[in-house]
Ligand binder design. Sequence first.
Ligand code: ARG
Length: 567
Amino acid sequence: MEVIKVINFKEMVSKSLHDLIGDALEVKDVRRLIETPKHSSHGDVAFPCFILAKQLKKSPAKIAAELADRLSHPMIEKAEAAGPYLNIFFSKPNASKQIITSLVADGENYGNSNLGENKKVVIDFSSPNIAKPFSMGHLRSTVIGHALANIAEKIGYQPVRINHLGDWGTQFGKLITAYTKWGDEEKVRNSPIEELLKLYVQFHEEVKEEPALDDEARLWFKKLEQGDKQANLLWKWFREVSIEEFERIYQLLNIHFDFYHGEAFYNDKMDAVVKKLEDNGLLETSDGAEVVHLSDEQLPPCLIKKSDGATLYATRDLAAAFYRHNSYQFEKALYIVGQEQSVHFKQLKAVLKKLKADWADNMTHIPFGLYMKDGKKMSTRKGRVILLEDVLNEATSLAKENIEKKNPQLQNKEAIAKSVGIGAILFHDLKNDRMNHIEFSLNEMLTFEGETGPYLQYTHARACSLLRKTAAKPSMETGLNDVYSWEIVKLLHQYPHKVTAAFTQLSPSVIAKYLIDLAQAFNKYYGQIRILNHDAELPSRLALVKATTIVLADGMKVLGMDAPTEM
Ligand code: ARG
């Protein structure tokens, strides 16, 4: 089958207009002037004639009228002058034919590009802390990071997915102290994170009465840093059992990482960083600790070493930045981490810049808002503990109830309920602008109406079922001429731009919101037009339905959601 290249409409119009107006404006200036009117009654695109009028010393209205008379192209149905504006209407049958045929031929590759030229984008996301619950913040990081990796990949970048586990730091001294005093191996085996968290909390309780525990903890951490066998065995064990628990969540979400390079990975890479700082005269002693002063950047000092010589979170992030720069020569490095760490990432970049690492400008902290419940921050500590796995499982069982009501005959209910439950949570997160706080309401996320994941999935399944119901084959034979299909065609045409925009803005919500618009346009079409009616346009309508399923499914896949074909 011959593949027809997707036409770029603004390009086409600007060329055609340029042919008419000659040297008065360059093609690219014409293109820049072209607008998309708010109301489709003003055309699919419009060209304001003011600037051209100045050049030609004529009235804008006169120019608009002249151009309206002369503009002609197979893709253009008509051009009308409306005062100083030239309103241009595309030929719906011709344009829909072209757009949909080439989209269906591209299939799931539609919207792919080579913009990224195979350059690497390092994405540091999820990054939970060992022996601590996977928090709602980590969930946001996981979901956003995963979607950004998919988006980057779709436009030709090579994502490097890194889980920067919090697996090092003085807290492990505390944990080892607590475990050796009060721990129970059996209990830790059975529910590692819960037990380890209990021990950690107990440590903080007891240390109030017995401050010497702190010294013991410091000692244990020192031993750990120096390679003490017992300390390392315990640490390794805590790490392993925690990762096993995290992986259950990643499996539910169908997410993978290229590297589990946690903080500990950089242990043997920190001396080099400290030396670099020293060599550049940046390290200063302050209250016994070693810091890099950043007051010239209006930032608090960056702590490099504590008074007892222990390294810190920032030291490890510095080492990680150098390692990533050397190993991947990244085009961009993204850190998907809550906004409460903004200062940390500013410090990180500022220190790197003092070290003349100009590539630090390619590092971006991507913050996000909080999950809220009943107006309060949803937290995994204290009373409001919500274990993520429970949340995901509850979403699945609620989804199952909904499916049970809507379609009790459905095969494969379990698997589909899981896709819907998890998809609902992912979508609820991703449709919001990143910085917004998100109200966590499972019931709201799981309705099949409104701007939800299940609504998208349901729309997709409905479109798939239309294709199953007829023996006729999708094919844009006649093209389509009604306004409802035209809305869908225009949206489908935008998908590649939306994917690119989502990456430029580092915001998957661009795609999420777009998918809602597409689903709404499709459902309107479904309500207004008898899609399966036997007439000459049937194959064309089916091709439109097919194209819609392709983009809905691909968009959901990019966001990390499944797109069941039946629901
Ligand atoms: N483990 C940290 C936390 O839970 C997040 C780490 C983010 N990544 C980084 N390179 N600092 O707060």
